[in-house]
Design a protein around this ligand. Structure first.
Ligand SMILES: [Zn+2]
Length: 55
């Protein structure tokens, strides 16, 4: 099962979440385990995690 590294933009903490590919795509609402924010950025590959689209 792949691990995804994220960083929380609110509290600046890094964390790792484990998801299967299908699980990740089906349940993209990643939240910071520390502060509960969904303002999360994926760390690797320069790909941004899907968060709320405000722009
Ligand atoms: Zn946080």
């Amino acid at each position: 099962m792949p691990a995804y590294d994220f960083i929380c933009k609110d509290c600046k903490k890094e964390f790792t979440a484990f998801y299967s590919i299908g699980e990740y795509q089906a349940n993209p609402a990643i939240r910071c385990p520390l502060c509960g924010s969904d303002n999360i950025q994926r760390k690797f590959s320069g790909v941004f995690a899907k968060t709320s689209k405000k722009s």
